[in-house]
Design a protein around this ligand. Structure first.
Ligand code: ZN
Length: 343
């Protein structure tokens, strides 16, 4: 089985965008929009997926996508925490409908109702609802709800601890994933995403978060940002800061995905990062669309790159394609079984 641990609902029906536009306008006047204003039918959901994510799964030979709301759409900076709670519930409910319509193709991960300057404790209730009531297996955690201005405390700050305590209790990991950039100098998918990944990892290096939470797990997407390429720099910085080797310090808790859209990038990732810490992902349909004229294949068809790495054994590939995901998302196995699937 091939599990893609990083997919977003980027083909949502237009009604969702229309609702968000109205909600954003209302929020600018300190008003809330009733969620009942949004109406989307099951057929509209099917239509939005059949020619996109489901088509790509079939064509590329992947089986199941761990699916979450559009990352750039989380927009934690919009409105206040009430706006964020309403919007997150709505987006997460929509993911739940996708997973209910296609239980063999999608398993849910939630967005959290973060808001700049608001304690992450406020996210605990929505995380619990999504995991215990909707069957979700993880969450996306935004290390910078201000959208490119980094006004939030480090991920290692105690302010985050109530959320981590709930994650540990529920046995769910978080993908560290920023949302849209509000900073015109910082491009969203090209700079803010990669900055977010790299910044989060560096925040973890200088702290001892996993001494307090030995079973807490984070996935750093987009191949780990700049981290694998600069592994010597980060190992050196860890040692300079009196920390042990990164394998000991962070790699029992931190994992990277394969959303690096070329073969040399995947080759580097698999040379530098232990195979046990790499999870297959494509982020389709998302960050980079279209066909690479140098290869003739879609940039985000990341399975092709993993298949081509000559030094990976069948056992290595099995770990990257599914084994590691089952370990990092402990609730995934039961969800697969419930859908009649075997890993
Ligand atoms: Zn993403």
């Amino acid at each position: 089985m091939i599990i893609d641990c990083h997919g977003h609902y980027t083909t949502e029906p237009q009604q969702l965008h229309d609702f968000r536009k109205k909600q954003t306008e209302a929020a600018s006047k300190h008003q809330q929009l009733a969620p009942g204003d949004l109406k989307i039918t099951d057929d509209q959901i099917r239509e939005s997926l059949e020619g996109a994510q489901l088509k790509f799964q079939r064509e590329r030979g992947t089986d199941l996508t761990i699916f979450s709301p559009r990352a750039a759409g989380m927009g934690h900076h919009i409105g206040d925490v009430e706006t964020s709670i309403e919007w997150s519930r709505l987006c997460n409910d929509l993911i739940h409908r996708v997973c209910t319509l296609y239980p063999r193709n999608f398993i849910g991960v939630c967005q959290l109702p973060q808001s700049p300057g608001v304690a992450p404790f406020e996210c605990v209730a929505e995380l619990e609802r999504c995991v215990t009531q909707l069957g979700f297996v993880g969450c996306n955690l935004n290390p910078d709800p201000s959208g490119g201005f980094w006004k939030t405390k480090s991920l290692a700050d105690r302010e985050w601890y109530p959320l981590y305590e709930k994650m540990v209790e529920l046995d769910v990991p978080a993908m560290i994933h920023v949302s849209a950039s509000c900073n015109a100098c910082v491009h969203g998918t090209g700079a803010h995403y990669i900055n977010g990944d790299t910044t989060a990892f560096m925040q973890l290096i200088t702290a001892d978060l996993f001494k307090d939470f030995p079973t807490l797990k984070f996935i750093i997407p987009h191949g780990g940002g700049a981290v694998p390429y600069h592994w010597g720099r980060y190992r050196g910085l860890a040692l300079n800061n009196g920390k042990p080797e990164l394998t000991e310090h962070l790699l029992k808790n931190v994992f990277f995905d394969t959303c690096v859209y070329h073969l040399p990038g995947i080759e580097l990732l698999t040379k530098v990062i232990p195979i046990e810490n790499i999870l297959f992902a494509s982020e389709m349909v998302g960050a980079v669309r279209g066909i690479d004229p140098m290869t003739g294949h879609e940039f985000d068809d990341t399975k092709k790159y993993v298949d081509k790495v000559s030094w990976l054994s069948a056992a290595d590939k099995a770990k990257i394609f599914s084994g590691n995901a089952l370990r990092v998302y402990p609730r995934l196995g039961a969800r697969l079984k419930a859908a009649g699937l075997s890993a």
